[in-house]
Every structure is written in structure tokens, then in C-alpha cells.
Design a binder for this molecule. Structure first.
Ligand code: M6R
Length: 610
């Protein structure tokens, strides 16, 4: 995910910017750059690749000056390249911008500015901001930024410099984090606290719609409407390692808590303003192609495969196209029947998983079109697929995938609704109801996170067991698979996920006194059946935790020992909520057992071997 750092003071800014960016490396990036006011004016140095590449460049051609902005880019609009790297500038090269987030309406703004004579050199949305600010400038950079921001839609944090007012650094926050570091005779901006922690522990944390104008001697805070505000100084008492995790003990926990944002970001710009349809403008597949699809294959590994299991139900129920799911390591060896009317969807957080990539190539070799759902824009999977649907979860660092999985679910909901819109397979009212329920998901996840203390207790009691079962029907079974994988990989407790109705065909023999069973009961149509299966395990001594919808507690609690209620949503969307308690249970169980939560034994974040 992109990182921002900015400095205005008396010291040379180049090293401060580079060191600040290094502190943000943990967020992931594919290119980096800085802009500094030098004796020659506003100069920019940027390059694709690691910060070391930029450092080499700066060693040969240093940028000397005491005001500057820096950026590490995690590609969103446009591939990783020198020209797409930040900072961006306008045609006069008098303005420079670093940006985190997405400008949703950048294409409209780009068209308008192009018509006025602006010439663009990159594929990014950020370049539009530098041209827009330049276009709005009439002698006051603060007002120009305010006017520009009013015209932008989306989520963004900005650092802006102009050669016309070299004593000012302007910063804006709009749904993308930004902090202002307060020093003595110097001030800083950072997308995260680690970027500036070496220099100051006193910060202002900007809220959405707020901006700051930094000079060497002070910081003026205001809204983007121009109303001056005051803020309490926040004193950071974390160490650097904690700061990287934004105060959380582990990346996994941080990433679990980032899910509401990941849901919002993945939906951003993909739903029509009237809330009645989904339009995935980034897809090149047209309506004729969509109408020609006869079957879909979803291929992925691990957690991404579990998202694909939910994806199957989503596509079949919304678009009425038959879907097969395959584990990528099996796909090409089973001679799958791939025809030109097969759409193959590969799902991969990293976009680098060897088996998934091989499946993609197999699909293409057989003439199928491939859609990639991935979290990494410039990844191999993204580059080789015909279409890409990016999950805007931001970099995932913990080996155990959490926010990437739930963002993949959101991507499947969006894609299913997109197909339904083209094929006319769902009534307008049903589509609108699903979209409206999707908008509620982020807050509903927040409500679950608020109950983490209860789940911690559950996890602590589970942690003394050697074996455990997850059961569910329909999409609950798919979520059970994910819950079981999560628990295994970080707590090392053996668990199995079973389709609730399948237990009695063998597995019931393993149910003994006190064995924990986590039963997902979110599908109203299947309540009675699942409750009967719960009774089967209870009768053999199991201790059952039910995960059920709010409103069904009375009914479900009669059959279980403990109950955790999740907010009510539409049945198809429930995986986006019901998996969250399972993630937290796994996290706290691992913690209780003293394991390395973020780096479990034997596992790697990205599996690039077959
Ligand atoms: O990067 P990918 O999504 O392709 O990775 C696939 C799996 O290796 C991954 O989901 C793995 O199962 C996770 N560690 C599970 O938490």
C-alpha cells in the first residue's frame, strides 16, 4: 500500500524522506520517489523497484533542499513503472503531488483537463490531481487545493508542493490516513506514524475532510472548506515495531480490523450512485461475451480457494451460470474440459502463487478467457489474465489471510451482480437490496470486532483441545472450511470442516465427550436441517458453539452450548460476516498457545513453487 512522507524544516530533506519511506516498507510497494525544492526549483527523482534503486539514483544526482515530499507506490492505476511512480507533476513542473488512495472520477477530470490543453504522461489517477491543482491555482496554493479536492471523488491522502509558494507544504486527508508530525523549527507529514517517529512523537491525526498547511515554524489546521480548526496533540508512546502495526500486537490482528475499510475500498467506484447496479468499468469483457459464457471455473489455492467456494454459490445464484471450483494444484492434472465459452476465474491475494499461475496458463492455452481476482496490481496473475478485478485490501503481511479473503468475497458479490445486470437474471429490486445490504457490511463487521473479548474467551478454552470440528451447510460450509484452515495454520490445533449433513456418513465416529464443534447456522432455509445435525453431535457429548444471525438466538440457543450472534444480513452475504469471529478465534487461540501468529511454522506468505 502506498506510503507518504513529507518534510519542511532546516535540515536536508532527502535523507529524512528516504529514511521515512524505509519505515513504511512493511506496507509493500513497487516504486518510490521524492520531490525536493532545490536551488533549481522543484525537482523530482523516482524509480520503479525497491528504495535501494532510488537511493542509487540519488547518490549520483542528489536533491539538496530542506522541503520535500516522498512516496512509496503500490500500483493501483497503471503498472509499476518509473513514469507511474509518485511524486507527479503538471506540465509546468511547478506543482508536485504525492497521493494515497483512489480518485474515482479521475477519467472525467482527465478528459476535462485534456480538453483545456493539459498533457498527461502516466496512467495514474494521481497525475490528474497535480494538473487539477495547477489548473485551479491563482496565487494561493491552499485555496487551489481546496477547490481541487471539492472536484475529486474517492478516498485520498495528499501532500502538495508548489514552486510558487516554497515555504508551504499542504496536506489533505479524505478517507485515507494522514498524520502531521510537530517538530521544533520543522514539521512532517506521514501516511503512518512510523514514517516520522524518529523525529517527533507529537502528532495531529487528521480526520476526513481536514487539511494542514505546514511551514517551518508551525502548522495551520483547517477543513477542506477552509474553516480553521484546532486539535489536541496526540503523544505517541509506542515503539517503532508497534507503530508499524498501528498499535496492534500483530499484523494479523491489524488486518482483521482493517476489513471494514477493505470492504469499503473494494466497493468504491464500482456501484452506481443510485445503488441499483454494479458497473465494473475496469473489465474489458463486453455484454456479448458475458452472454456467451456457458460455464465458469474458479481456480485458486488455500484461503483464496475458499473464497472461490463462496464465489460459486454467488455466481450460480445471481447469474445462473454453472460453476466448478478447483484447487489450482489439481486443475491442470485432471484434464479439465475448458472450452472457449468457459470463463476461468483465478483468485490470488499475491498474484504470484505458482499453481494458480499454472492454472491460468492452462486455461489460456485451451482458449478460455481468464479473469483474475487479485490484491496485487502488477502481479504475474494480473499481467497474464485477460481481465483483472482488484481487491483493494491493501498489502497483507500476516501469513494467515484475513482481509484478502473477505475482499475476495466482496469482489465475487460485485462480479455476480455485474453478470446479473448484463444477463437480466435478477430483478432490479433484488439487486438493489443486495447492494444496500453490502453497504451495511463494514459497520456490521465493526460491531463483531467490538465483541472480540467474548471470542478471546472462546479461543482460550478451545486452545487446550487437540481436535475440533467446524460444520455448516451451503455457504456456511464454505466458511467452515476457511475457519478450519485459519485455526490449523496459526494454532496448529487439528480441525476438520464438514458439511453438516455429511457427518453421519463417517465422521460422527470421532465425536466424543467435550470435543469442541463450531457450527455455522446463518442460512435460514437450512436452519432446521443444521440444528438436527447439531443435535447429532451434542448427543455424542460435543460442546457446540453456534454462530448464528441476530434474531435467531432464541431458536438456535436451544440446540447449542454457547452462541455468538452476528448482525443480520442477506443469506448470500453472510460469509462476509460469519468468518470474522472465526478469524478472531484462530488469532486468540494461537496467542494463547504462544505461537508466532504472523509467521506460522512451515508456511510462507507467497507460495511460488509448485
Ligand atoms: O496469494 P494467494 O492468495 O494465491 O495464496 C494462496 C494461499 O497460499 C493462501 O491463501 C494460504 O492458504 C493462506 N496462508 C491462508 O491463510
Amino acid at each position: 500500500m502506498c506510503g507518504i512522507v513529507g518534510y519542511i524544516g532546516k535540515r536536508d530533506s532527502q535523507d529524512i524522506l528516504i529514511e521515512g519511506l524505509k519505515k513504511l516498507e512493511y506496507r509493500g510497494y513497487d516504486s518510490a520517489g521524492i520531490a525536493v525544492f532545490t536551488a533549481n526549483g522543484l525537482e523530482i527523482s523516482k524509480s520503479k523497484g525497491r528504495l535501494a534503486v532510488l537511493e542509487d539514483k540519488l547518490r549520483d544526482e542528489p536533491l539538496a533542499g530542506s522541503v520535500g515530499i516522498g512516496h512509496t507506490r503500490w500500483a493501483t492505476h497503471g503498472k509499476p513503472s518509473d513514469v507511474n511512480s509518485h511524486p507527479h507533476t503538471d506540465n509546468s513542473a511547478k506543482f508536485s503531488v504525492v497521493h494515497n488512495g483512489i480518485v474515482e472520477n479521475y477519467l472525467d477530470l482527465k478528459d476535462e483537463l485534456t480538453a483545456k490543453g493539459h498533457v498527461f504522461v502516466s496512467e495514474t489517477d494521481t497525475e490528474v490531481i497535480s494538473h487539477l491543482v495547477a489548473d485551479e491555482y491563482d496565487g494561493n496554493i491552499v485555496e487551489a487545493v481546496q477547490r481541487a479536492v471539492k472536484r475529486m471523488r474517492g478516498a485520498f491522502a495528499l501532500g502538495v508542493l508548489t514552486e510558487f509558494e516554497p515555504e508551504k507544504l499542504v496536506a489533505v486527508r479524505f478517507a485515507s490516513p494522514l498524520v502531521i508530525g510537530i517538530g521544533e523549527g520543522e514539521n512532517f507529514i506521514g501516511s503512518d506514524i512510523p514514517a516520522i517517529l524518529e523525529h517527533t512523537r507529537n502528532v495531529y491525526i487528521l480526520n476526513d475532510g481536514e487539511m494542514a498547511v505546514l511551514t517551518r515554524d508551525g502548522v495551520e489546521l483547517m477543513t477542506t472548506e477552509g474553516e480553521f480548526i484546532s486539535k489536541e496533540i496526540y503523544h505517541v508512546d509506542w515503539d517503532l515495531v508497534t507503530a508499524e502495526k498501528a498499535g496492534f500486537d500483530h499484523f494479523m490482528l491489524k488486518e482483521i480490523y482493517e476489513q471494514p475499510k477493505a470492504y469499503r475500498d473494494t466497493m468504491l467506484g464500482r456501484i452506481a450512485d443510485d445503488g441499483k447496479s454494479v458497473d465494473l468499468k475496469e473489465l474489458t469483457m463486453d455484454a456479448d461475451y458475458i452472454k456467451s459464457i456457458r460455464k465458469v471455473h474458479i481456480v485458486a489455492c488455500g484461503t483464496a480457494y475458499h473464497a472461490g467456494m463462496v464465489g460459486k454459490t454467488v455466481i450460480e445464484s445471481l447469474a445462473r451460470i454453472p460453476v466448478e471450483t478447483d484447487v489450482a494444484s489439481e486443475y491442470r492434472y485432471r484434464s479439465p474440459i475448458i472450452t472457449p465459452d468457459t470463463l476461468v476465474i483465478v483468485v490470488s491475494q499475491s498474484g504470484e502463487t505458482a499453481d494458480t499461475l499454472a492454472a491460468l496458463r492452462e486455461a489460456k492455452r485451451n482458449g478460455a478467457r481468464v479473469l483474475a481476482i487479485t490484491n496485487v496490481v502488477g502481479s504475474s496473475v494480473a499481467r497474464e489474465a485477460d481481465d483483472v478485478l482488484v481487491t483493494w485490501a491493501g498489502p497483507e503481511i500476516a501469513v494467515a489471510s484475513t482481509k484478502a479473503y473477505t475482499s475476495q468475497l466482496i469482489a465475487f458479490y460485485l462480479f455476480g451482480l455485474h453478470l446479473a445486470g448484463v444477463l437480466g437474471t435478477k430483478a432490479e429490486a433484488e439487486v438493489a437490496a443486495l447492494i444496500s445490504a453490502m453497504h451495511e457490511l463494514p459497520e456490521q463487521v465493526e460491531a463483531i470486532l467490538e465483541q472480540s473479548a467474548v471470542l478471546k474467551q472462546v479461543a482460550e478454552s478451545i486452545s487446550s483441545h487437540k481436535n475440533l470440528f467446524f460444520i455448516g451447510r451451503g455457504v456456511d460450509y464454505a466458511v467452515a472450511q476457511e475457519g478450519s484452515l485459519k485455526l490449523k495454520e496459526i494454532s496448529y490445533i487439528h480441525s476438520e470442516a464438514y458439511a453438516a449433513g455429511e457427518l453421519k456418513h463417517g465422521t460422527l465416529a470421532l465425536i466424543e465427550d467435550n470435543i469442541p464443534v463450531i457450527a455455522l447456522v446463518t442460512q435460514e432455509e437450512l436452519y432446521e436441517k443444521t440444528l438436527s445435525n447439531i443435535k447429532e453431535v451434542k448427543a455424542r457429548g460435543a460442546h457446540v458453539l453456534g454462530i448464528a444471525n441476530a434474531g435467531s438466538e432464541v431458536e438456535v440457543s436451544k440446540s447449542v452450548d454457547e452462541l455468538f450472534a452476528i448482525p443480520k444480513t442477506l443469506p448470500l452475504l453472510s460469509p462476509a460476516l460469519s468468518v470474522v469471529p472465526l478469524q478472531l478465534i484462530s488469532y486468540y487461540a494461537s496467542l494463547a498457545l504462544g505461537h508466532d501468529v504472523d509467521k506460522p511454522r512451515n508456511l510462507a506468505k507467497s507460495v511460488t513453487v509448485e
